[in-house]
Design a protein around this ligand. Structure first.
Ligand SMILES: [Fe+2]
Ligand SMILES: [Fe+2]
Length: 317
């Protein structure tokens, strides 16, 4: 029997270890993968000791059987509503439990399921922002500084919800914006992996490939039911306020307002994230750089609002 797990095998799904609280009984089975096999790790009703938990890496994962997905979701939901868990801890559980779904957006062949699941993820974030007004700052300060497309998409989603919230978006608009942000780079699925993961500067030909991701994304989304706003987030997030962006060279007012938000949060996340070829900027330095060197690219009023988002973040860190 082969030890390789085919990527289409959906029987188990990944969860981040730090969505499980130490010394707290789970209601589902946990598995680990060793040499390509799922090994039973923990039974329902058992818990992981704090010392064991401390020895695990942040990016480590457990697996849960697909049949028990509702139980895992319920477990996360209950932690969100538990009084003796601090808001920063809740923010961490929420973010980490959503990361694996953000990863699925890029890895699973089934875009329809990802589109469907994204409603729940973004709604959870919006509800959390509403019930824990101070929680947004914790979420933002948790943003990962290691680059993976799915981390990036989730963080752009979180920053965008922060920015949308600051400018007074209602719940429906926040939902569209958050989902648009989660899917903004979905077109990168069609760009060669070695270009996406290349650690040095791209050649002209590679860059031309990379710049096609908004078109690829639009083409992917066109096959599914989704809003105009979500399509615009995907197709217009590399447009520039002064008209020298891509692919359509739209100017300020022609660019969908949500795509203008994502243009800002996308660059902000890229600048503050560690890449192998450059070190990350601090949040304030990134925003100053965007307001000076890159000023013509962004909607000035939104860039100003991004300052308020940062201000909230500073209060936490
Ligand atoms: Fe992009
Ligand atoms: Fe992006």
């Amino acid at each position: 029997m082969s030890n390789d797990i085919p990527p289409s095998d959906q029987k188990y799904f990944k969860i981040r270890v730090n969505t499980i609280l130490p010394s707290r009984a789970t209601t589902f089975d946990l598995f680990v993968m060793i040499n390509g096999r799922f090994i039973h790790y923990l039974r329902p009703g058992e818990s992981i000791k704090a010392e064991k938990m401390a020895s695990l890496e942040r990016a480590d994962v457990f697996f849960v059987h697909e049949d028990q997905r509702p139980k895992y979701k319920q477990y996360v939901f209950e932690r969100m509503n538990e009084d003796d868990i601090t808001t920063p801890m809740k923010a961490q559980i929420l973010r980490e439990s959503s990361l694996t779904l953000a990863e699925e957006i890029f890895e699973q062949p089934d875009v329809e399921t990802a589109l469907h699941d994204s409603k729940e993820i973004v709604t959870n974030f919006i509800d959390f922002m509403e019930t824990h007004p101070e929680g947004m700052a914790s979420l933002i300060s948790l943003s990962s500084h290691d680059f993976y497309t799915y981390n990036h998409s989730l963080d752009v989603g979180i920053y965008s919800l922060g920015l949308g919230h600051v400018i007074g978006y209602d719940k429906n608009d926040l939902l569209e914006l958050g989902r648009g942000a989660l899917f903004h780079d979905i077109g990168k699925r069609n760009v060669a992996v070695d270009i996406i993961t290349k650690s040095g500067a791209l050649t002209d030909a590679e860059w031309a490939q990379m710049q096609k991701h908004p078109q690829y994304g639009l083409k992917i989304l066109a096959e599914y039911e989704c809003s105009e706003a979500m399509r615009a987030c995907c197709f217009e997030h590399h447009e520039s306020f002064l008209g020298n962006g891509y692919p359509q060279q739209l100017t300020g007012p022609e660019i969908h307002p949500m795509a203008r938000i994502i243009a800002i949060t996308d660059t902000f996340d890229a600048l503050t994230t560690k890449r192998s070829y450059n070190s990350p900027m601090g949040p304030q330095a990134a925003l100053e750089f965007m307001s000076s060197k890159l000023a013509g690219k962004y909607d000035p009023s939104l860039l100003k609002a991004m300052n308020s988002v940062l201000f909230r973040m500073k209060k936490v860190s």
